[in-house]
Write a protein that binds this ligand. Structure first.
Ligand SMILES: Cc1cc2nc3c(=O)[nH]c(=O)nc-3n(C[C@H](O)[C@H](O)[C@H](O)COP(=O)(O)O)c2cc1C
Ligand SMILES: CCCCCCC(=O)C(=O)O
Length: 369
């Protein structure tokens, strides 16, 4: 890392999102890059996620001594040094041979949660063994074979994971034209099987030994409802977050049903095209939740000033998606660390220039729309 006027940043590495994307495209195959980069349908939401950040302007405060920035955040009784986490991204061997191991190690080096996808190229236990006691959360895709979902939750709990993130916006895959055009399915190419293959309960659900078909059958779960969530709550003592909430009414229901946290997200525009930009959904959800449970955010974070806007709108923390997997594609663990370093440093600089020395003062920051 270079140090210039107290700012450390990643040297000799793409800095902006545009540069990251361009470099990742050079090292990834067309099918893989298309899978990561694209959105659902006509990509209206994918575009809106980015453009909508520009509608919010920071109204900075001055003369407030920001010499010792503290951007640590406390969630579910644990303190994390930065409010920037790694979103669950499936099948990361698509980007790099070390896949999730590299990303989880990078998150560990910053002390921030790595949210492991159900559809991982490494098992829960492999990631846990590689990263010791560093914070890890497990993202659950519900399963038509409920016991397989519970089995993964139990394994995560036994492996020291700190939270369960149930993704509720993917009861079936979105309509993804790039993948149709490229005839590309990472799952069919064998990516993302390892975590399923390591689960004896899932393996027992297979009729003919076809793991890929078994995963597809498991992941297509259109019956998912609040009743399933009540059963999940009975199976774990870990905090449960729902990922993919956009409607304030769903946020209210989540609070009423005893859910521990929400991630406002539209899955990076990969599920239902035409839905509200995630950043526009954040304020109304925060207003409905009224501080009763933490609200996290993802979908469209491309730089530190975006992190600041999400925090100012009431997010407790944000999750990076595409930026870090592009870093992974370009440079493995080191690449993810460089992306994280840039995001964290730009966030610190932006908050300081906005007159916010600590996240506890965040409420004093106003956004104009
Ligand atoms: C290639 C790719 C794979 C993803 N896999 C998962 C997944 O397995 N589980 C999940 O909950 N979300 C998944 N997501 C969604 C991310 O967690 C996150 O919501 C999204 O990337 C945020 O949008 P952004 O990357 O544009 O900021 C995936 C996203 C991408 C780009
Ligand atoms: C059938 C495999 C599903 C993987 C889903 C990964 C994901 O969430 C994505 O957006 O892609």
């Amino acid at each position: 890392m270079a140090k210039v006027e107290n700012i450390s940043f990643a040297e000799n590495f793409p800095i902006s999102f545009k540069e990251l994307e361009e470099e990742a495209e050079k090292v990834m195959g067309a099918g893989g890059f298309g899978y990561v980069q694209s959105g659902a349908g006509g990509e209206e939401t994918l575009k809106k996620n980015i453009e909508s950040f520009a509608k919010y302007s920071i109204v900075p405060r001055m003369l407030r001594d920001v010499s010792v920035p503290d951007i640590s955040v406390n969630l579910f009784g644990k303190t994390y040094p930065y409010p920037v986490f790694l979103a669950p991204i499936g099948m990361q061997r698509l980007e790099h041979s070390e896949g999730e191991l590299a990303s989880a190690r990078a998150a560990a080096s910053f002390g921030i949660p790595f949210i492991q996808s159900t559809v991982s190229s490494y098992s829960i236990e492999e990631i846990a063994n590689a990263t010791g006691t560093s914070p890890k959360w497990f993202q659950l895709y519900w399963s038509n074979y409920e016991d397989a979902a519970f089995s993964m939750v139990r394994r995560a709990e036994e492996s020291g994971y700190e939270a369960i993130v149930l993704t509720v916006d993917t009861v079936m895959m979105g309509w993804r034209e790039a993948d149709l055009r490229n005839n590309f399915s990472p799952l069919k190419l064998g990516y993302g099987k390892a975590n399923y293959e390591s689960d004896p309960v899932f393996m027992a659900t297979l009729h003919d030994g076809d793991v890929v078909q078994g995963i597809l059958d498991n992941i297509h779960h259109p019956t998912l409802s609040w009743e399933h969530i009540a059963r999940l709550k009975e199976k774990t003592n870990l905090p449960i977050l729902l990922k993919g909430i956009l409607h304030p009414e769903d946020a209210r229901l989540a609070v009423e049903k005893g859910i521990d946290g929400i991630i406002v997200s539209n899955h990076g525009g990969r599920q239902l095209d035409g839905v509200i930009a995630a950043i526009d959904a954040l304020g109304p959800v925060v207003k409905e939740v009224k501080g009763r449970i933490p609200v996290l955010f993802d979908s469209g974070i491309r730089r530190g000033s975006d992190v600041v806007k999400a925090l100012a709108l009431g997010a407790d923390a944000v999750c990076l998606g595409r930026p870090y997997v592009y870093g992974l594609a370009i440079g493995g663990q080191n690449g993810v660390e460089k992306v994280l370093a840039n995001f964290i440093e730009e966030t610190k600089v932006s908050l300081s220039l906005a007159g916010v020395g600590s996240l506890k003062e965040m409420a004093s920051l106003k956004l104009l729309r």
